[in-house]
Design a protein around this ligand. Structure first.
Ligand code: NAP
Length: 293
């Protein structure tokens, strides 16, 4: 399998993100070949210097490194899994920046290897307008030699590139884990907004109070992560039983105020299981023992 450090890159998929990736590469002096199902989305990039390939196979054939960023893996498969594309994939490095699951990444890698291509799977944790900044986070996993040779390309997309090793699904798994933290926090935040509304207070004031504690909360999450990693759940910051009681109060308040109780009912249930399992006098992070069961 041949892998190349190159100035020639093809970008397939010119939606909001794909077009941004192509533009960033052009701005850094790369020779960029593009293809998109709807050809009109290539027009402005062509004006900026991109070369428009007549079809996906021509785009793949044009460069040793292929970046694909389309809606989902199903769309990527529709583009790539044709005899003409498969014919030209041998020896290429395929960089998959479409969002997907770890399973999809692993299957994609197997498929790419069957075609004789090296495979890297990436997850972008930023909006198109935030791409290319020194603090833009990009997660990558897959064959290390392919990564080392394509690292410069990822650096064009974002200055905070994290490589998580050879397992193709790792970038996607860590992306989903971070999203889980965001959505979990968002659910708690929105439930809090309902508490505030029901009590007749301003949600924007509540928002700034929560914004004010995010930095210390971040430190607290890091501490709990360290506890889990160490396996030592002796109380070091916050006894789990405090949170068992707090969640019960949040649930009771939802019932008293007649607001939606889905989130506190779920969370209080998990905390109750932890208390029933005798974890009350361990560090808060011991809740993970319930989730592992
Ligand atoms: P988008 O603007 O909706 O563009 C979707 C792209 O997928 C277009 O190029 C579209 O082609 C193509 N596509 C969809 N179905 C197709 C099919 N069956 N065959 C061929 N092409 C198909 O989406 P986007 O924002 O660029 O997002 C692309 C990927 O980046 C997604 O996986 C998304 O999760 C990820 N991402 C996006 C953001 C963001 O903020 N935008 C952030 C992080 C990650 P047409 O133009 O022909 O429809």
């Amino acid at each position: 399998m041949k892998m190349t450090t190159t100035n020639n890159i093809s970008v397939i998929g010119l939606g909001m993100m794909g077009a941004t990736l192509a533009r960033l590469l052009l701005q850094q002096g790369y020779r960029v070949t593009v293809w998109n199902r709807s050809v009109e989305k290539a027009a402005s990039l062509v004006k900026e210097g991109a070369i428009l390939a007549p079809d996906a196979a021509a785009a793949v054939a044009a460069s040793p490194v292929i970046v694909i960023c389309v809606h989902d893996y199903k769309a990527a498969t529709e583009i790539f899994d044709t005899a003409v594309v498969k014919n030209v994939l041998r020896g290429k490095v395929l960089i998959q920046l479409t969002s997907g699951s770890p399973q999809e990444a692993q299957e994609s890698e197997v498929w790419a290897h069957q075609q004789g291509a090296a495979y890297l799977d990436g997850a972008i944790q930023a909006a198109p307008s935030q791409m290319g900044r020194p603090d833009t986070p990009i997660f990558v996993s897959g064959a290390e030699d392919a990564y080392r040779q394509s690292e410069a390309v990822f650096q064009v997309f974002g200055g905070r590139v994290s490589y998580f090793g050879e397992q193709a699904g790792a970038a996607s798994a860590i992306d989903l884990a971070s999203l889980s933290a965001i959505y979990g926090t968002m659910m708690g935040f929105l439930h809090g907004a309902r508490i505030v509304e029901a009590a007749g207070f301003r949600v924007d004031t509540y928002g700034s109070l929560v914004a004010g504690i995010t930095s210390t909360f971040g430190d607290f999450l890091q501490h709990e992560a360290n506890v889990i990693q160490s396996g030592n759940f002796e109380i070091s910051e916050s006894p789990l039983k405090i949170s068992v009681d707090a969640m019960e109060r949040i649930l009771q308040q939802a019932k008293d105020a007649g607001i939606h109780s889905g989130f506190p009912a779920y969370a209080a249930g998990i905390f109750r299981q932890a208390a029933d399992a005798g974890l009350g006098n361990e560090e808060l992070a011991a809740l993970i023992k319930v989730l592992r069961a």
